[in-house]
Design a binder for this molecule. Structure first.
Ligand SMILES: Nc1ncnc2c1ncn2[C@@H]1O[C@H](COP(=O)(O)OP(=O)(O)OP(=O)(O)O)[C@@H](O)[C@H]1O
Ligand SMILES: O=C(O)C1=C[C@@H](O)[C@@H](O)[C@H](O)C1
Ligand SMILES: [Mg+2]
Length: 183
């Protein structure tokens, strides 16, 4: 079975880490939307946020997501934590293939990312409070976008990769999620 899926979830939920290993195991290409975006803008997302602002970042993110989603065939796509904020992005993601929500509590995420300075939305102030706010705002959007929710609190990354593979193998729409020419 050729895997074609997108991972959504909070910043620090493991989309990049799990996505990369999943693509490797499944033998399909891997695209990390944040990395693709940094390549396009030629600087870090954090710097871009500071200089150009979040709205401009969201415009580019939507544009790039629509482009990347056109790539046919097997693919694991890790999105940015805020990719589900715009309704048009949620629609693009659902049309793209199976969408999995990597769910983790704000407290679990805080433990993982508290020493990481790359996430612009978690700098300054009280990062745990910010994670709680983001979670309250976005959890319904991740759920609305995703076909499956994977709890990531306890399992290791490699166990999560197995869980996602099993979930996709059982998915009734697995083949149907591929564009007609690929199915
Ligand atoms: N299941 C897990 N258990 C423990 N640590 C994890 C797990 N998944 C990811 N991590 C760790 O959490 C950190 C954040 O993971 P990662 O960068 O993959 O998150 P992300 O969802 O891509 O975040 P962002 O939206 O900011 O890009 C990394 O240090 C990673 O090693
Ligand atoms: O949660 C967010 O809104 C973000 C998460 C990251 O993946 C990046 O896309 C960026 O830092 C914004
Ligand atoms: Mg990431």
């Amino acid at each position: 079975m050729q895997i074609r899926c997108a991972l959504v979830g909070m910043p620090g939920s493991g989309k990049s880490t799990v996505g990369r290993q999943l693509a490797h195991r499944a033998g399909v290409p891997f695209i990390d939307l944040d990395h693709r975006l940094e390549r396009t803008i030629g600087t870090t997302i954090r710097h871009f946020f500071e200089v150009e602002g979040e709205a401009r970042f969201r415009d580019l993110e939507s544009q790039l997501l629509a482009e990347v989603a056109q790539q046919p065939g097997g693919l694991v796509l890790s999105t940015g934590g805020g990719a589900v904020l715009r309704p048009e992005n949620r629609e693009v993601l659902r049309q793209f293939g199976n969408v999995l929500y990597l769910r983790a509590s704000p407290e679990e995420i805080y433990k993982r990312v508290k020493h990481d300075k790359t996430r612009p939305l978690l700098q300054g102030g009280n990062p745990l409070e910010k994670l709680r706010e983001l979670h309250a705002q976005r959890d319904p959007l991740y759920r609305e976008t995703a076909h499956y929710v994977i709890e990531t609190g306890r399992p290791s990354v490699s166990t999560l990769v197995n869980m996602v593979m099993m979930q996709l193998e059982m998915a009734p729409g697995a083949a149907a999620a591929l564009p007609a020419a690929q199915a």
